[in-house]
Design a binder for this molecule. Sequence first.
Ligand code: CMC
Length: 429
Amino acid sequence: MVKTAKLIVNGNTYELPLVVGTEGDTAIDISRLRSETGLITLDPGYANTGSCESSITFMDGEKGILRYRGIPIEQLAEHSSFRETAYLLINGRLPSEEELNAFSVRLNDHSLVHEDMHDFFEHFPPRAHPMGILASMVNALRAFYPEIPERSEEEEINLTFSRLLSKLRTMAAMSYRISMGHKIVYPRHDLSYCANFLNMMFDSPVRPYLIDDDIVQALNVFWILHADHEQNCSTAAVRLVGSARVNLYAAISAGIAALWGPLHGGANQAVVEMLLEIADSGGDPAPFIRRAKDKNDPFRLMGFGHRIYKTYDPRARIMEKECNKTLNKLQKHDPLLDIAKKLEEVALKDPYFIDHNLYPNVDFYSGIFLRAIGIPVNMFTVMFAIGRLPGWISQWKESVDDPHWRLHRPRQVYTGLKETDYIPIEKRK
Ligand code: CMC
């Protein structure tokens, strides 16, 4: 087995060690490249760059495999709860019954948001996007929960994890209630994580929200599917910002900002907007597929394609099933689901999509599911953020505990002007 790679530059040969992961994925360790050769690597978008070693999530984009701490996503979706999956990601193993109960109590104990924060919520302009509100509010949490020097570091970190997991969900529901002009609903100690969220979103004095176990379970699955995805854009943002040793709230806020983008978590909103546009134009996906293939048109088929998956995203299959189950349970018919299925069928037979390995990703069906359970479109990415939080937390924790930890600071190849003299303003043309 070869343990090094050879690099030959200007007649000099350098040996670079190889790092092999538990699933056989192999990387060339270039951490001494610059000090030994004076060279750096250039990899726009980091598609060929491993930024860390990680034991949290394994993905095989060719085979369509996703596992958290070794457990296939299909098994977690079938048997686990979001709360348990969060524990698994953060602590590296499944909890005992006692540990899971203690974790639930802890989450419930930290579910309230400081009353003074309500003022913040109420003063965002009515058209403010909930993702912007969420990123700001998570950052603001630090002001309400500063570090207490008497607490041990471990105690402080565990408290911050529980606060974030519990309060992010409460704040998401609050922002929706306030945007509707409705009074907020407080979290309840007797409800599970997902049931509590649905109740805070939809309970009303005129129409009490009836908690349906099937919908609660479907939401558990939705959040499990989103809980981690190794070094994606928002997770990389959390690790990068966290590498400056900022507090966890600030690092998570950076992750939320990254997730907002339509190429990342914002895609679930963009998919539904695209499907609505197709519906409005008569329901035929063909012109949209033509536009997606046109190199002169920036339009892309939303919910299709992935940096890592070159086959069907395993999360998309589970999401499609949950979507069908939920619509059946609610006895609803969503014409967008028919359009999505038609679009998928046509795209998967099209040589452009076949040659480019473009398959549906998790966002393709998740928006239809969210619509079915009553989540408004501008809250879709917030739902993704709640789901991704355990992943961000566990990746942050792994990165700060890493003995090889260093401040993230990429290099560049400078392509600007050579040294140029300053010209006084009166002499400039
Ligand atoms: N529609 C049409 N063409 C596409 C699409 C698409 N959705 N995605 C990629 N391509 C083409 C792209 O035009 C390029 O073609 P060519 O090589 O001929 O110039 C080629 O495929 C490679 O594209 P890329 O942008 O270099 O690939 P990437 O790995 O950087 O992009 C992606 C990944 C997810 C940003 C991209 O597939 C995309 O924009 N998809 C739509 C947005 C979306 O659904 N995002 C959600 C991702 S899953 C949720 C998450 O994990 O965040």
